[in-house]
Write a protein that binds this ligand. Structure first.
Ligand code: ASP
Ligand code: MG
Length: 412
């Protein structure tokens, strides 16, 4: 007998009919003798609708009230699933974030989890043999007592944090795909579902654009060593597939050099032309951006031809593009550059694999393959287990397919 967390995303709870299907998955685990906490998202599309109501009500909204409104989608699905389970003869009780409580900081709209008190859920298991149905996405800020939300896609993070909080033996994330693929199967139909992927690789894949899991959920799974499965709620509840296990790298016998290719079209490129080539200039460019909480990712600084000036190119998230340009415009005399240029039609394509640690020349091979397809690389970054290239967005699919084949990931 084990303690489990099962999480169901928006498409899995999109209608009452689907919630009944979710209940059948829960029933299977309860009947196997497990103690189960279920974490649910809002019905698909609901959170978007709530966000649009907030924007309509007040374009410059107060983030505390935004959280009050958008957290409500999950309250509905947790109550409905508890009703359906009870109706099927399985004792169940709903829990909102504040009732658990799941404490977060007060960064309303994308709050970070600080602490999960598992006691109430565990008491329900013990005293009443009760399934806990928890609203994902929600937290509470202890000092102010206000409801918070954990950022879009935050139910994944609720689930893993609750798994850590109640010391569950695993966390199953049920979604509309049957696992984690070597790349997006919509772009590469020959992408392969992985049986296992290491925490670190999954963290890079999620950070670099793979949309299956919220990045923070993988961080928490890694830190607390929660074995986490990504699997499908559309499988037959009586005969489901295990999906993809995200686990410690030591549990994976064979490491390929590259395990996955991710892409993101959410980046934009900014170039400062003819910046003075002297100490302190990079700081004058990047400090004001950091102060505005703008995350700079790739940075390229060219060597200057004349020894006096240089060009600096970097990327920022698309959502921060206008703000970044505005900040740099205002700091023009202080930084001292000739021109400011931006490009929105760029994409970042990344190759990820723990095997890169012990192999040389992995990225070089990619640069050659991309050049043979006529794809120009605008910027490059590398880390121990990943490299990324910034390219014209029009070439995204071609680049992903090229790298997927190059590293032998296509299904045979
Ligand atoms: N309902 C929230 C969202 O759409 C949280 C989640 O689904 O994970 O972002
Ligand atoms: Mg999600």
């Amino acid at each position: 007998m084990a303690r489990l967390v099962m999480k169901f995303g928006g498409t899995s709870v999109a209608t009452v009919e689907r919630i009944k299907n979710v209940a059948r998955h829960v029933k299977r685990e309860v009947e196997a003798g497990h103690d189960v906490a279920v974490v649910v998202s809002a019905m698909s599309g609901k959170t978007n609708e709530l966000v649009s109501f907030v924007r309509e009500a007040a374009p410059l909204y107060d983030a505390r009230e935004y959280d009050t409104v958008v957290a409500s989608g999950e309250q509905v699905t947790s109550g409905l699933l508890a009703l359906v389970l009870n109706d099927m003869g399985i004792p169940a009780r709903s829990w909102q974030g504040w009732q658990i409580p799941l404490y977060s900081d007060d960064a309303h709209g994308s709050a970070r989890i600080l602490e999960v008190d598992g006691a109430a859920i565990l008491a329900g298991f013990e005293a009443r043999g009760e399934v806990a149905v928890v609203s994902g996405f929600q937290g509470i800020h202890k000092e102010s007592g206000r409801i918070t939300t954990l950022g879009r896609g935050g139910s994944d993070t609720s689930a893993v944090a609750i798994a850590a909080g109640i010391k569950a033996s695993r966390c199953d994330i049920y979604t509309d795909v049957d696992g984690v693929y070597t790349t997006d199967p919509r772009i590469v139909p020959r992408a392969v579902r992985m049986n296992k992927v290491a925490f670190e690789e999954m963290l890079e894949m999620a950070s670099m654009g793979a949309k299956v899991l919220q990045v923070r959920s993988v961080e928490i799974a890694m830190v607390h060593q929660v074995p986490t499965y990504v699997r499908s709620s559309f499988d037959d509840p009586d005969n489901p597939n295990p999906g993809t296990l995200i686990c410690d790298e030591d549990e994976i016998m064979e490491h390929q050099v590259i395990t996955g290719i991710a892409y993101s079209k959410d980046d934009t490129e900014i170039t400062l032309r003819e910046v003075a080539d002297k100490p302190g200039v990079a700081a004058s460019v990047f400090m004001p951006l950091a102060e505005a909480n703008i995350n700079v990712d790739m940075i390229v600084q060219n060597i200057s031809e004349d020894g006096k000036t240089t060009d600096i190119t970097f990327t920022v998230p698309a959502a921060d593009y206008d703000r970044a340009l505005d900040i740099l415009n205002r700091a023009k005399t202080e930084i001292g550059y000739r021109a400011l240029q931006g490009a929105k039609d760029v994409a970042k394509v990344s190759a990820i694999g723990i095997g890169m640690r012990s192999h040389a020349g992995v990225a070089a091979k990619a640069f050659k393959a991309l050049s043979e397809k006529g794809i120009n690389i605008r910027a490059i970054t590398t880390s121990e287990i990943k490299f990324s290239v910034l390219i014209d967005a029009d070439y995204t699919e071609l680049a992903v397919r090229t790298l997927h084949s190059l590293y032998g990931l296509d299904r045979g």
